[in-house]
Write a protein that binds this ligand. Structure first.
Ligand SMILES: Cc1ncc(COP(=O)(O)O)c(C=O)c1O
Length: 385
C-alpha cells in the first residue's frame, strides 16, 4: 500500500522495539509477558457495577463539556480528603484517558517552536504529545545514582528563552522514582523563576512505597501554573475505562474543552459513573490489590538482585515497574531484551525506548502474579548472562 496518503509527521515516527515485541511473541505459547503496563487484575466488581447501574438509569449520553458535575465534585472531594489539597470545581475537567488529557494539555498550551522539558527516561508519549502540538521536546537527564529523581538544578541547565513548560511524572514510568516534597518545591521555584507551566502526571498516585505521595498542587504557587493529570487506569486498575481528570487554571481548562470538542466530544458517560464511585469509595476496595503489587515488587526486586550481573533498587520506590541495570552483562538493553525473549521466552522492554538515559536498563512490569515473576527470574538466571 502506497505511503503517499500518509502525513510526513507520521512517516517520521520511528517504530520502537517495544512496539514490535507483540509480533515477536507470536507463536511462543509459554511466554511470560512482563512488557505491558496494564494491571492484570480485572477492575473490582463494585466499580464496574456502579457504571452498569448508572448506565441502566440513563447515563448513556454525552455529558456536560467538563464532565458530569457530581464526578467533578468527586475529584474535588478526593483531593481534599486523600491529599489535603483544596481544588475549586471550576478547575476540573473530566476527559478521555491520561494520554488524551496530556495531548489536549499540550495542544492547548504549546505554540510552534516552544520547548518543553521532559524527564529522561519517562513515559514515551510525552515527546509525541509535545511534538504533535508543534513544540520541541527537550530531554532532561535523570540518574540511577539520584534514585532517578528529577533534579531542578539539572533541568535549569536546559532552559532557554523558548522554554515553555516542564513535565513531571511521579511515581515515574519506567523508573518507579518518586519525587520527594523538596524535589517538587525546587521544580515549582524553577517554574516561577522562568514562568514555566508544569504538566504533572500523577497516574500512579497510590503506587508510592518510598515516600507518601505528594501532589505538586500542595506546594504554594503551583496551582496557577500546573496541569495535573490523573486517571482510572492504574489507581483503579481500569485501563479500559479510558477516563481521566485534569486540574488546571480555568483558562487552560477552557482551552482544553474548546479543543476537545473537535476531537472527542465529552468523556464516556459510563466510565464517568465508574469514576464517581471509585473516587468516593475506591480506596478501601483497592487496598488488597495495592498490597499485592507492593509484595510482587519487593520480592521480585530481592530476587533480581540475586541474579549475577543484574541490579535493581531494593526496596523499589514506586509503580509496578522495576528498572533493572543490566550493564554488567556487556549487552545493550535491546540485545538483552531480544536474547531474553528468544532464549527464555520472557518479554521485557529496553530502557532506551524511554530515553537515552535508559540505555543499559530494562523495564520489568510486575503485572503477573508473583510465582510467574519468580519463574521469569529463574529463566533469566539460567541464561547465565
Ligand atoms: C506515566 C503514564 N502516563 C500516562 C499513561 C496513560 O494512561 P491512560 O491509560 O490513562 O491513558 C501511562 C500508561 O501506561 C503512563 O505510564
Amino acid at each position: 500500500m502506497t505511503k503517499k496518503y500518509i502525513a510526513d509527521r507520521m512517516l517520521q515516527e520511528k517504530i520502537s522495539l517495544m512496539a514490535q515485541l507483540q509480533d515477536m511473541m507470536h507463536g511462543m505459547d509459554d511466554v511470560i509477558d512482563l512488557s505491558i503496563g496494564d494491571p492484570d487484575f480485572t477492575t473490582p466488581a463494585p466499580i464496574i457495577e456502579a457504571g452498569y447501574k448508572d448506565a441502566l438509569a440513563g447515563y448513556t449520553h454525552y455529558t456536560q463539556h467538563r464532565g458530569c458535575p457530581d464526578v467533578i465534585q468527586a475529584v474535588v472531594d478526593y483531593y481534599k480528603r486523600e491529599l489535603d489539597v483544596d481544588v475549586d470545581e471550576k478547575n476540573v475537567l473530566i476527559t478521555t484517558s491520561a494520554d488524551y488529557a496530556a495531548f489536549q494539555a499540550c495542544f492547548s498550551t504549546i505554540n510552534p517552536g516552544d520547548e518543553v522539558l521532559i524527564p529522561d527516561p519517562s513515559f514515551l508519549c510525552y515527546r509525541s504529545q509535545v511534538e504533535y502540538s508543534g513544540g520541541k521536546s527537550v530531554m532532561i537527564p535523570t540518574y540511577e545514582e539520584d534514585g532517578w529523581r528529577l533534579k531542578a538544578e539539572i533541568a535549569e541547565k536546559y532552559i532557554t528563552p523558548k522554554t515553555r513548560g516542564i513535565f513531571i511524572s511521579t511515581p515515574n514510568n519506567p523508573t518507579g522514582a518518586c519525587m520527594h516534597k523538596e524535589d517538587l518545591e525546587a521544580i515549582v521555584k524553577l517554574a516561577e523563576k522562568y514562568d514555566l507551566l508544569i504538566y504533572s502526571d500523577e497516574i500512579y498516585t497510590w503506587y508510592s512505597y518510598e515516600v507518601p505521595f505528594t501532589s505538586v498542587l500542595s506546594i504554594p504557587g503551583a496551582a496557577e501554573r500546573t496541569v495535573v493529570i490523573n486517571s482510572m487506569s492504574k489507581n483503579y486498575v481500569c485501563t479500559g475505562a479510558r477516563l481521566a481528570w485534569v486540574i488546571a487554571p480555568v483558562q487552560i481548562v477552557g482551552a482544553m474543552v474548546q479543543g476537545g470538542m473537535n476531537m472527542v466530544y465529552t468523556a464516556p458517560s459510563i466510565s464517568q459513573r465508574m469514576a464517581k464511585f471509585a473516587l468516593n469509595e475506591g480506596k478501601a476496595i483497592m487496598a488488597p490489590i495495592m498490597a499485592e503489587f507492593k509484595e510482587r515488587m519487593f520480592k521480585t526486586a530481592e530476587r533480581i538482585n540475586k541474579i549475577p550481573h543484574l541490579k535493581v533498587q531494593s526496596p523499589p520506590p514506586g509503580t509496578f515497574y522495576l528498572f533493572v541495570n543490566i550493564k554488567e552483562t556487556g549487552l545493550t538493553d535491546e540485545e538483552f531484551v531480544l536474547k531474553v525473549l528468544h532464549d527464555a521466552h520472557v518479554t521485557l522492554v529496553p530502557g532506551s525506548n524511554f530515553g537515552d538515559c535508559g540505555a543499559g536498563y530494562v523495564r520489568v512490569c510486575a503485572t503477573v502474579g508473583l510465582p510467574k515473576l519468580l519463574e521469569a527470574c529463574d529463566r533469566i538466571e539460567a541464561l547465565g548472562l
